[in-house]
Design a protein around this ligand. Structure first.
Ligand SMILES: [Zn+2]
Length: 232
């Protein structure tokens, strides 16, 4: 019997290139959440031995063997801070059972992996890789109003993205990057913005529609941005 070769081409982007690519999806899909993962295996050391797309293909094959239709994640951040594409962005990810929003209503999480074992005392998420992770998360939150979720919040048996990655610190970095420069004057006062957000949340609580709720979140965050407040 002939072996079936299933292959996929993985494209490598810089953060800026990937953000430009993401922007073309605004209006086509709503990422209600951004799911943050670390691969655990491959490790950064593995990647250093076999750089390039070797581990993209190895993860792809492993995920197909688990019965997934494609690689699980939409994007993978390598230790040099490059982003590799993955599953098409219009398709829900295989992020965590029960959290993938896998109907095809074009509202689902964006899932990314960071190559490395980020458990305490093993490898470190830092430098270009951390910068890209923060920048990518910031772009998704800004463009789609997504909520940031670590894998371990959906599956307490996991440490993913790694016990060495503190969520509050990570979110603070994302927010710091979003914060307008100190010289920029807020467009509206925080007080007024919060009043409008109160009105929005009244609407939010009248619907359980995921798309409508994601839109409320996005609008509330737009107001927070315009008034120089932290995103939620
Ligand atoms: Zn994970």
């Amino acid at each position: 019997m002939e072996a079936i070769t299933i292959s996929k081409v993985f494209k490598r982007y810089t953060l800026d290139e990937f953000i430009a690519y993401l922007q073309t999806f605004v209006g086509q899909v709503r990422f209600n959440e951004v799911h943050v993962h670390g691969t655990w295996k491959p490790t950064i050391a593995n990647f250093r031995e076999r750089p390039g797309d070797y581990y993209m293909h190895s993860m792809y094959r492993a995920h197909l063997q688990r019965g997934f239709t494609d690689i699980a994640q939409h994007a993978t951040i390598d230790p040099d801070g490059y982003i590799w594409d993955g599953r098409p962005l219009l398709v829900p990810p295989a992020s965590a059972t029960g959290y993938n929003d896998s109907d095809d209503d074009r509202v689902h999480p964006f899932m990314f992996e960071m190559i490395g074992n980020f458990d305490k005392g093993v490898e470190k998420l830092d430098g270009a890789q951390l910068e890209t992770a923060v920048g990518l998360t910031r772009a998704i939150v800004s463009l789609f109003g997504s909520r940031i979720v670590f894998h371990r919040e959906m599956n307490p048996l996991k440490t993913c993205p790694g016990s060495g990655v503190d969520k509050d610190t990570f979110v603070a970095l994302v927010n710091a990057a979003i914060k307008p420069p100190a010289t920029a004057k807020p467009v509206i006062s925080a007080e007024d913005a919060n009043k409008i957000i109160k009105f929005l949340s009244a609407g939010y609580s009248t619907t359980s529609d995921a798309e409508a709720r994601a839109e409320f979140n996005r609008l509330a965050n737009e107001l927070r941005k315009a008034s120089g407040q932290k995103l939620q």
